[in-house]
Design a protein around this ligand. Structure first.
Ligand code: PMT
Length: 412
């Protein structure tokens, strides 16, 4: 899909801008044409001359250039590409995109484009983790913007953590996946008038007032699904376990802690047309959680007796009167992925299982799927198995919502 593709690359002003020269080289090697908009801040890090030499194209940097407007207006520039890539996407550029500003050529082109946009964020770790940036990120993914990275590691500013721009080859892979897939933006009205229920995140099962059993789910996948369903016009209720990411815009979000609370909230939210269970619900809870902090005493290690939690997915899929027309479960597996997913499809009585490999190495995603930004899923149903390549979680969400909307004839 890269051969012959036309990419509009917007280079922001960050130290990672130097990596975009390599990105241009890799894209050209694969037969893409690359046009570049260089922001004012980007000029501080890379020169138009090196970009032009590598891309073989004139570099655009001025909104009010008479020559550029005569040769190719900024609207045309943003629409003649197959994909718009922003790298590095600085905190400032992300904020401008999220608020729809059009103060220079880059932001104007981003506002005017009718094509998919991929951002490769890069910034200091604290700036990345700041609630304002995370809010902007949620807005952008809610708008259908795809994201690659950032990666964690040593940063140019001397700090450590997430904020390093994805490597050029990772960005090339994300571009390839986006060009290969359907548009992330499901038809705006595909789920209009529908109620979609989504569970997301982990559950916390108390041991005593200060300790709990939990898992590594971040809520990123479930929240992305809720946002994608909202973009497709649905009324969305999201039941979320404890997470640190923001609630998706326009989605009624109910916060719970335990599996039992999640089940209660799900039952209260019914009826729904579609229910998607992406939460990593604890299979067990402590049978008799202590009301007081369990004290360390006499070298004795307390034994924790566990009892099984209710299965929320199976309860809803087998609901006598309020079963949604389409019930979708996830399967988090560390081995025999599709085989276990098929067993869950039957055991839980749902219509579709989205299977993902959550082992730390098996998924091929550094650090595993839980908590990460990317996922590789297999759709398992009675009619067979469809496997998607590794994609950003927002892209998985958009494709899933589009897939479910496409099944409308079967469930409407
Ligand atoms: O949150 P992220 O960091 O983005 O990670 C995403 C994810 C890996 C958590 C997500 O993609 C995923 O796989 N979610 C399901 C995790 C899970 O609990 O899988 P399971 O195989 O144990 O459960 C199967 C299905 O039953 C799931 O739909 C689960 O929500 C549901 N279930 C499980 C137990 C229970 N008591 N009630 C349930 O509803």
């Amino acid at each position: 899909m890269l051969q012959g593709a036309s990419i509009l690359l917007i280079i922001g002003g960050g130290i990672a801008a130097y990596k975009t020269l390599e990105l241009i080289r890799e894209l050209k090697k694969r037969g893409c044409s690359v046009r570049v908009i260089l922001t004012k801040a980007g000029h501080q890090f890379v020169t138009p001359l090196s970009i032009a030499a590598l891309s073989g194209e004139k570099v655009f940097d001025d909104l009010f250039s008479l020559t550029d407007e005569v040769e190719m207006g900024h609207i045309q520039l943003s629409r003649s590409a197959d994909l718009v890539v922003v790298a590095p996407a600085t905190a400032d550029l992300m904020a401008k995109m999220a608020t729809g500003q059009a103060s220079d050529l880059a932001t104007t082109a981003l506002l005017a484009t009718d094509k998919r946009v991929l951002i490769a964020p890069a910034m200091n770790v604290r700036m990345w983790q700041h609630p304002a940036t995370q809010r902007n990120l949620a807005t952008l993914t809610g708008d259908g913007v795809a994201v690659v990275g950032p990666n964690a590691g040593d940063m140019a500013c001397g700090e450590f953590g997430p904020g390093r721009m994805a490597e050029p080859l990772e960005i090339v892979a994300a571009i390839d996946a986006l060009l290969a897939g359907p548009p992330a933006m499901p038809a705006a009205a595909a789920l209009a008038g529908r109620h979609v229920l989504v569970t997301s995140g982990p559950t916390h099962e108390p041991i005593d007032p200060i300790r709990y059993l939990a898992n590594r789910s971040s809520g990123k996948q479930g929240h992305a699904i809720a946002a994608a369903a909202r973009r497709a016009g649905a009324r969305v209720t999201l039941i979320s376990g404890p997470v640190t990411i923001p609630d998706p815009a326009g989605v009624e979000t109910i916060h719970v802690e335990t599996a039992q609370q999640m089940l209660d909230a799900v039952e209260r939210a019914l009826p729904a047309d579609i229910a998607i269970f992406a939460a990593a619900v604890a299979d067990w809870r402590v049978a008799a959680a202590s009301g007081e902090k369990i004290k360390k005493s006499g070298g004795r290690t307390p034994a924790l007796a566990l009892t099984e939690n209710p299965d929320i997915l199976a309860t809803v899929a087998r609901h006598a009167t309020l079963r949604p027309a389409l019930v979708v479960g996830f399967a988090a597996e560390t081995e025999h992925l599709v085989e276990h997913a098929r067993a869950k499809l039957a055991a839980k009585g749902c219509d579709l299982i989205v299977a993902n490999d959550v082992s730390l190495t098996g998924s091929g995603i550094t650090g595993g799927v839980m908590g990460a930004d990317r996922n590789a899923v297999h759709l398992v149903s009675a009619s067979g198995v469809t496997s998607w390549p590794t994609l950003g979680k927002d892209e998985v969400a958009a494709r899933l919502v589009q897939h479910l909307a496409g099944l409308g004839a079967q469930w409407a």
